[in-house]
Each structure stands twice: as structure tokens, then as C-alpha cells.
Design a protein around this ligand. Structure first.
Ligand code: ATP
Length: 754
């Protein structure tokens, strides 16, 4: 990587765009005082990222912009661009040419670009540091600044040396890491404080969530218990209802029966006045007496008729006797007839049956008529007999009618008698039924009473049952309100004992006390559920989960931050070790080069640098317990660099004793030594050779040539010797307050320098 070109536009006295090409290892810029040469060195500092205006001889950004002259107006911006050949990829960027550009505006705003793209200052610093190029580094030695390395403090000297040794990139990385570490520590503190802030809230939420969870558990328990309770209760009510219906149906039916019977018996009992029956009896009795009188009449008539018949028969018999007296009547026939009639007569003497009587009478009649027929010689007597017999026949017929009538009357009488006796019996029996009915009524009333007692006992049970049923409905509604629909979903739950299903009836017949105990437990849980609040607490749970997530996230963030702090610390330690190692190695190398250059310049003597410990007193202002005056001081050990010189042939030792020229030579020797150890791509030396006499100028020239083997050199000089060593010469002139550049030859250079 090497420096190809510098383009300046509006920077300080370079009002117009001017460019310098560095085609040779050594380029010299010459020109009269005040022409703007040093402005070129500052343009380098500027473009490489210098932030100190002092080192660019200004106070603010505006001072770097061309301020105008009588004839030319001021510029609005100052811009410097540097071109590097990067074919060797000395700069870690994949381009053969790399441009770095910086522009400052009048309002102080800076703009940085790498290859035309806007970047941050940090990007430029990093890019250049990787190629051992720095803005205010050792490779740009401003006018009169050559012995800065000797005049400065040991600590600052060490910094310059570290930069020269290319340790700046490590320092830079270390500082970056330290900044990151500080930032990380800060972040850790912030995150820890965030965690501390939310911790009480999480604690509070956790308790709430635990409470909600406990509440949920209790609710679940309550739902289970409700289900069991409802299932059991529903079965109990179902079976109880059936049982009560059954229990009450029987006595009620019986009661109805009893009522019916009682009213029946009452009817029987109340039949005291059986007037109708009695009336009927009376009618029957009067009918009977009527029939009796009719019968008496008939019997009388029968007697009369029989009497009449007897008279007729007697008459007939007398006529027969007369006849026999006329005719001989066989005595024996007569006796036989009499005998027969007498027998019949005897047989009917106590006979009341009309039919028998009639029959007997007919027998008698036929006996007699037969007898008569057997007799001859009737004639007149027969005529009379015939009349008599006809009369007898008529009377007999009359008697027979009477007998028939008597028979009818008897028949009628016996019917009436029978009916009457039946009615009497009925009357009698009715009287017995009434008594029995009264007794039955008493018995039934007793049973009714007992049944009513049973029914009223059942009524109490039914009342209680209705109460239970109402309570059950009430409880269902209550359960719905307290624990939602789920508690009502009890129908399908099953009870098991071991592997066996418990039968419904068995459940229904469980000891009632157990349900009461369950109810008590339900009431207890209900109170608890109410204590825990009825809400689902979803919002709190969500908030708790979110807060917890956040806390976990913060914790993992702390862990990540602690890990990265740890690795940063490790990186810092590694970098410190690397810096320290490279620094001490570098010191050794620089020392040998320093000695060599010094001896070359002074023709002998010794020169070296050494590491010294500096006690730095630092105020511990972190401890706020101390008053302002009592703030203890802490000693901090730091490293610095001291320069030891010993001139040849002179007894004087130490920097203080050196002349101006000797100081210049010593610092040049040291700068060159540093450049030798870790050569920067280019070195800019602004009149470093100003104080050298001719002999030393030559030695300086030799050293420059030596140096240009490692680094490109841009030398601002008035020195002829130096000019002679340059391959490219630029002359700077100032015309009307504006610097101008011109490529010139050596001879011109001598002239220009004057
Ligand atoms: P010497 O040889 O004496 O060291 P030099 O060639 O190094 O001189 P510089 O110091 O580079 O000269 O230039 C200084 C000149 O630049 C001065 O004339 C100064 O007025 C001019 N100058 C500085 N800043 C500005 C600016 N912002 N605008 C215009 N001109 C400026």
C-alpha cells in the first residue's frame, strides 16, 4: 500500500482544487515562508481523521475552510481526499485503490467517506490503524515538532511509541473493549435495576396467581363435590318421590274404600224406618185377612153345600129304601155299599184337602150309582131318583167349584203368607244389619283414623320432600352462579365400589347424614371460593406470565451481558498482554536502532529509551462518605518512557543538557529508529531539518534515503541537501492569499526555497 495522491479543495489557503501526486519514494515540497506548505501537512492530518484543531493550528472547523481574500470569496467547505494504491491489500478492503475523504462545513459538521461512501470517523480510524497510519501519529512531524518526543512527558512518549509500534490498533481495540465493557456493566446494572424494580410486582402477582390457582383447585373440588352431591340428591329425590307416592297411594286408596264402606254402612244403619216394607207388610196382612174371610165364606159355603148334598143323598137313600121295600134288595149288597161309603166317609172325616174330598165324594157317587144300576124296576121311583141324582150332581158340581175356589184361595193365602214371612224376615234382618253396620263404622273409623295418621305422617314427609326438592333446585341455581355450568353436568357421573357400579337404588338409600355432611363441605368450599374471588384471574395470570417472561428475559440478558463482559475482560487481558509483549519487544528493537542512528549523527555516544514506573495520584471520588478535603488519594502505577543520552566526548548526560541542534538530531534519531522498527507507509516531515548544519544535513540526507527504503517520505523543506534526495519536487506559491502548487525540478526548487 502506498500514497498516490493528495487532493486539497477549499482547505485553508488552498482555495482551489489542487493535487499532489507522490510518484517517488521521496517527495519534497518547497516554497517561501507563508506560501502554505505546512497547510499541506495539516491537510494530511485532517484527512486522516485528526480531531485536535490545535494540531491543525485552528480553533474550530471553520478555521480550516478557505476564508477568502480581497479578490476571492470564502469557501463553504474544506475538503481533502487522499488516494492509496492498495494492490497489496495493505488496507483490509477489497479494492486496488482506496480513497479516504473528509469534508468540513462552516457549521462544523464533518463528513467522512471511504471510496465515495459515507462512513463514520471510527471506520476511517480503524481502517488506517490496520495499516499503521494515524492522524496525529509519529509519521507526521509538524514544523518545530521534531523534538516533541523529547519534550513531552514519559507517559505521552510511551503513547507516541506505542503508535509507532503499531500497537494503536490493539490499544484502540482495547479501548473499544473497555468502553464496551463499561457499557456492558452499565447495561447489567440497568437490567439488574429493572429486575429489582419488577421483582416486588412479580412477587405480588405470584401470590395472586397462587391464590387464583388455589381458588381454582377449590373450585374444581367444589364442582366435583357438587356433581356427586347433585347426582346423589337427584337419585334420592327420584326414589323418594316414588316411595312416597307408593306409601301414600295405598292408605289413600284404603281411605277411599273405607269412606265408601262407611257411607254404605251409614246407609244401612240409617235404615231405621223401613216404612215401605212395613206398608207392604200391612197391605199383605190386610190382603191375607181378606183372603181368610173369603176362605171362611167358601168353607161355610162348602159346609152348606155338603150339608145340602148330605140331605139330597139322605133323600135319595130314603127313596132307595122305599124302592127296596118294593123290590127286594139284597141285604148283603147294601151292607157292602154302606161299608164302602162308610170307609170313604171315615177317610174324609178330617180331610181338609178339597181335591181329596172331591175325589172321595166322586167315589161315593159312583158307588151309589153303580148300586142303583144293579137294581131293576126303577120307573117312577127311578124318575125321582134321577131328578135327585141330577140335583146331587149339581150340588156336587157346586161343591167342586167351591173346593176349587178354596184351593185358589189357599194358594193365594199361602203365597201371601210366604211373602209376608219373607218381608218379616227382611224386616228382622234389616234390624240386624244396622247394628252390624254401626259396629263396622266404628271399626272403619278407627282404621280411618290410623290411616289419616299415616297419611299425615306421610304429608310431613312429602312436605319435607318438597322442601328438599325446592332446595335442590335452589342449590342447582346457586352452583351455576358459583361454579358455572360444569357443576350441573352431573347426570352421567358414575359411582363405583372397586370395579362394580353402585346401583342407583343403593345410592338413593344412602344414609341421609352423608349427604348433609357433603352439603356442609360444599358450604365450606363455597365460602372459600368466595374468599378467593369468583373471577378467573386470567388477566392476572397473563400479567404474571408476561412479567415472569420479562424477568426471565432480563435474567438471560444479564447472563448474556455477564458472559460478554467476561469475554471482553478476557479480550482486554489478552490485548494488554499482547500490547505489553509487543511494546517491550519493540522497545528493544527501537533501542538498538536509536543507538545506531544516534551514533551515526553524533559520531558515537549512547542513546536509549527505558520504561519507567510513574506514580500517578488519583483521587478516589467514588467514595461519597468522605468530605471534599478528606478524599483519599490513591496511587496508580503507570508506565512511561524516559530517554537517556550520552554525547561522545562530552561529559553531559540527559536531554536537558543538549543544544537545540543536538535535541533536533536526537529526536530525529529516535523518530527514524521508531520508523525503522515498524515502518509506516509514509512519513511526513515538516522542516525537521531546519536546525541542521551542512554536515548534519548530509547525515540527515543519508538517513532519509535509508528510511525511504521502508516508508514513502514527504518532506517539507528549505534544505538543499534534502531537496537533492527527493525524486519529486512540488513548489508552493501564494498569490493573492491563495496557495498554488507546481511540479518543479531541483534547480527551480533551490530557487523556490529562497
Ligand atoms: P513557513 O515556511 O514560514 O512555515 P508555510 O509555507 O508553511 O510557511 P503555512 O504556514 O502553510 O506556510 O501557510 C500559512 C498561510 O496560510 C498564511 O498566509 C495564512 O494566512 C494562510 N491561511 C491559514 N489559514 C487560512 C484560511 N483559513 N484561509 C486562507 N488562508 C489561510
Amino acid at each position: 500500500m502506498y500514497l498516490k495522491e493528495l487532493e486539497i479543495n477549499g482547505f485553508k489557503s488552498f482555495a482551489n482544487k489542487s493535487s499532489l501526486k507522490f510518484d517517488s519514494p521521496i517527495s519534497a515540497i518547497v516554497g517561501p515562508n507563508g506560501s502554505g506548505k505546512s497547510n499541506i501537512a495539516e491537510a494530511f492530518r485532517f484527512v486522516l481523521g485528526e480531531q485536535s484543531f490545535k494540531s491543525m493550528r485552528g480553533k474550530r472547523g471553520e478555521d480550516l475552510i478557505f476564508s477568502g481574500t480581497n479578490s476571492a470569496g470564502k469557501q463553504s467547505r474544506a475538503s481533502v481526499k487522499v488516494f492509496f494504491d492498495n494492490s497489496d491489500k495493505g488496507l483490509p478492503i477489497d479494492f486496488d485503490e482506496v480513497t479516504v475523504e473528509r469534508t468540513v462545513f462552516r457549521d462544523g459538521v464533518n463528513e467522512y467517506k471511504i471510496n465515495g461512501s459515507s462512513v463514520r470517523l471510527k471506520d476511517i480510524t480503524e481502517l488506517l490503524a490496520s495499516a499503521n497510519v494515524g492522524s496525529s501519529g509519529h509519521h507526521i512531524i509538524s514544523q518545530g515538532e521534531a523534538d516533541r518526543i523529547l519534550n513531552t512527558t514519559p507517559k505521552e512518549r510511551k503513547t507516541i511509541l506505542e503508535e509507532a509500534l503499531g500497537l494503536k490498533i490493539f490499544e484502540y481495540k482495547k479501548n473499544e473493549s473497555q468502553k464496551k465493557l463499561e457499557k456492558t456493566d452499565e447495561n447489567i446494572k440497568q437490567v439488574q435495576s429493572l429486575r429489582r424494580e419488577i421483582a416486588p410486582h412479580i412477587k405480588f402477582l405470584k401470590k395472586q396467581v397462587e391464590k387464583i390457582e388455589e381458588g381454582k383447585q377449590i373450585k374444581l373440588k367444589l364442582v366435583d363435590l357438587y356433581k356427586e352431591y347433585f347426582k346423589r340428591e337427584s337419585l334420592y329425590l327420584k326414589y323418594k318421590k316414588q316411595e312416597l307416592a307408593h306409601a301414600i297411594d295405598e292408605p289413600k286408596n284404603r281411605l277411599n274404600e273405607i269412606d265408601k264402606k262407611i257411607s254404605e254402612y251409614r246407609e244401612i244403619a240409617e235404615k231405621e224406618e223401613q216404612t215401605e216394607l212395613k206398608g207392604q207388610i200391612q197391605t199383605l196382612q190386610s190382603d191375607l185377612s181378606q183372603i181368610n174371610s173369603e176362605k171362611s165364606d167358601l168353607i161355610r159355603k162348602q159346609g152348606q153345600t155338603e150339608g145340602e148334598l148330605q140331605s139330597l143323598e139322605k133323600l135319595l137313600s130314603r127313596q132307595e129304601v122305599v124302592k127296596r121295600e118294593q123290590i127286594t134288595i139284597d141285604q148283603s149288597d147294601l151292607e157292602s155299599l154302606e161299608q164302602k161309603i162308610s170307609e170313604i166317609h171315615n177317610s174324609i172325616e178330617r180331610e181338609s184337602d178339597l181335591m181329596v174330598l172331591r175325589e172321595k165324594i166322586s167315589q161315593i157317587v159312583s158307588l151309589i150309582s153303580g148300586f142303583i144300576k144293579s137294581q131293576n124296576g126303577e120307573d117312577e121311583a127311578n124318575q125321582q131318583n134321577k131328578e135327585l141324582l141330577s140335583e146331587i150332581e149339581t150340588v156336587k158340581g157346586k161343591l167342586s167349584e167351591i173346593v176349587s175356589e178354596i184351593e185358589v184361595v189357599n194358594q193365594r193365602e199361602s203365597e201371601l203368607q210366604q211373602k209376608l214371612s219373607q218381608m218379616r224376615e227382611q224386616l228382622e234382618s234389616d234390624k240386624t244389619d244396622s247394628l252390624v253396620a254401626e259396629k263396622e263404622i266404628i271399626k272403619l273409623m278407627t282404621e280411618k283414623n290410623e290411616l289419616q295418621q299415616i297419611i299425615s305422617k306421610h304429608s310431613v314427609e312429602i312436605h319435607n320432600f318438597n322442601q328438599d326438592e325446592a332446595n335442590f333446585k335452589q342449590e342447582l341455581m346457586e352452583a351455576h352462579t358459583i361454579s358455572g355450568r360444569e357443576a350441573l353436568d352431573y347426570e352421567n357421573i358414575e359411582f363405583k365400589e372397586g370395579d362394580l357400579h353402585v346401583q342407583e337404588k343403593e345410592i338413593a338409600e344412602e344414609e341421609r347424614q352423608k349427604q348433609l355432611d357433603r352439603k356442609r363441605e360444599i358450604d365450606r368450599l363455597k365460602i372459600k371460593v368466595e374468599e378467593f374471588g369468583s373471577g378467573s384471574g386470567e388477566e392476572i395470570i397473563r400479567e404474571y406470565e408476561e412479567s415472569n417472561e420479562r424477568d426471565k428475559f432480563l435474567l438471560s440478558e444479564i447472563e448474556d451481558l455477564e458472559k460478554s463482559a467476561e469475554s471482553l475482560k478476557q479480550l482486554i487481558t489478552e490485548l494488554e498482554e499482547k500490547i505489553s509483549q509487543k511494546f517491550h519487544e519493540g522497545i528493544e528493537k527501537i533501542n538498538s536502532e536509536f543507538q545506531r542512528f544516534f551514533a551515526l549523527m553524533f559520531g558515537g555516544g549512547t542513546a536509549s529509551i527505558r520504561v519507567v514506573k510513574i506514580k500517578n495520584r488519583v483521587r478516589r471520588d467514588t467514595d461519597l462518605d468522605f468530605g471534599q478535603d478528606e478524599i483519599p488519594e490513591e496511587e496508580k502505577q503507570e508506565e512511561g518512557l524516559e530517554v537517556d543520552v550520552s554525547l561522545p566526548r562530552k561529559k553531559v548526560k540527559g536531554l536537558m543538557m543538549l543544544s537545540g541542534g543536538e535535541r533536533a538530531l536526537t529526536s530525529i534519531a529516535l523518530i527514524f529508529a521508531m520508523s525503522q522498527v515498524n515502518p509506516p507507509p509514509f512519513i511526513i516531515l515538516d522542516e525537521t531539518d531546519a536546525a541542521l548544519d551542512e554536515a548534519n544535513s548530509r547525515k540527515y540526507g543519508d538517513m532519509i534515503e535509508n528510511l525511504s527504503g521502508h516508508s514513502q517520505l514527504i518532506l517539507i523543506t528549505h534544505n538543499r541537501e534534502t531537496m537533492g534526495r527527493a525524486g519529486v519536487l512540488y513548489g508552493v506559491t501564494m498569490m493573492q492569499g491563495i496557495s498554488k502548487l507546481l511540479s518543479i525540478n531541483f534547480e527551480d526548487g533551490i530557487e523556490w526555497a529562497k
